[in-house]
Write a protein that binds this ligand. Structure first.
Ligand SMILES: Nc1ncnc2c1ncn2[C@@H]1O[C@H](COP(=O)(O)OP(=O)(O)OP(=O)(O)O)[C@@H](O)[C@H]1O
Length: 238
């Protein structure tokens, strides 16, 4: 569903050049939940932005649903992201004047699509925000705002969901319900889920963990235990 080939991203120039992503090739299949881990500065967020078409690689290619992003103009790229991709990023980007529910259904309304009320109810129940739907973002805690952003990303069942540290602001129980929601999105709805996280516990929910260091994928683990993830992280750090 999402593929990248020989992707490289550098910032700056001359002696100050920073190589953020240094030749990454990977496939992210439909129905697969992948966690990307690695030390701070290893290139996780940059890689995810490249995969999502939010940033352009210096070299290499990225395709979403068989469409190479390099061939698209801004308009076509925006349409592809709107129709195929859901984002759960650290800045939740909720609109302050809208209620939680209005925020959640906004992408569907903008796309002129029908809202599946039963799915909305089930999703918000699972994410434990069903009783907060009439509140505006300012009246919600950080964790509740985050879950509103998750519901917004999942409701439309986009083919691909990108999540950057989605459990960062959550307590353990709500973090688990969010991760279960992401896992269900992959297993039951067949969505491709790509999550950047620092938390080995969160990564155990994924089918696969890619471990990055210095802009490269240094290890790939299949349905690993927490211990296996911690051991891999320690081995790439040296
Ligand atoms: N816009 C930018 N301009 C210059 N350098 C950048 C830019 N964005 C990222 N970098 C550099 O690229 C490298 C990779 O950054 P990136 O944010 O992808 O790492 P990360 O693994 O997500 O880190 P963290 O876990 O701390 O969020 C870092 O050295 C960072 O300083």
């Amino acid at each position: 569903m999402v593929t990248c080939q020989g992707v490289r991203k550098t910032y700056g120039g001359g002696a100050a050049t920073v190589v953020a992503v240094d030749g990454v090739s990977a496939d992210f299949a439909a129905g697969e939940f992948t966690a990307i881990m690695g030390p701070s500065g290893s290139g996780k967020t940059t890689l995810m932005h490249l995969l999502a078409g939010l940033d352009t690689p210096t070299e290499g290619t990225v395709s979403i649903a068989g469409t190479p992003l390099a061939g698209l103009d801004d308009r076509a790229l925006t349409d592809l992201r709107r129709d195929r991709v859901g984002f759960i990023f650290q800045a939740f980007n909720l609109l302050p004047a809208l209620t939680a529910e209005q925020n959640i259904v906004l992408p569907l309304r903008l796309a002129g699509r029908r809202v599946d009320r039963a799915r909305l109810a089930a999703l918000t129940e699972q994410l434990q925000i069903a009783d907060r739907l009439r509140h505006r973002p300012a009246e919600l805690s950080g964790g509740q705002q985050q879950r509103v952003a998750v519901a917004r990303a999942l409701l439309a069942e986009p083919a691909v969901v990108f999540a950057d540290e989605p459990t960062g602001a959550l307590d353990i129980a709500t973090g688990r319900s969010l991760l279960t929601g992401l896992r269900d999105a992959a297993r039951q709805a067949g969505q491709t889920v790509v999550m950047v996280t620092h938390d080995p516990g969160a990564a155990t929910y994924a089918d696969r963990v890619l471990v990055m260091a210095d802009g490269r994928i240094r290890d790939e683990l299949s349905a690993p235990s927490r211990e296996a993830i911690v051991a891999s992280m320690a081995s790439v750090a040296v």
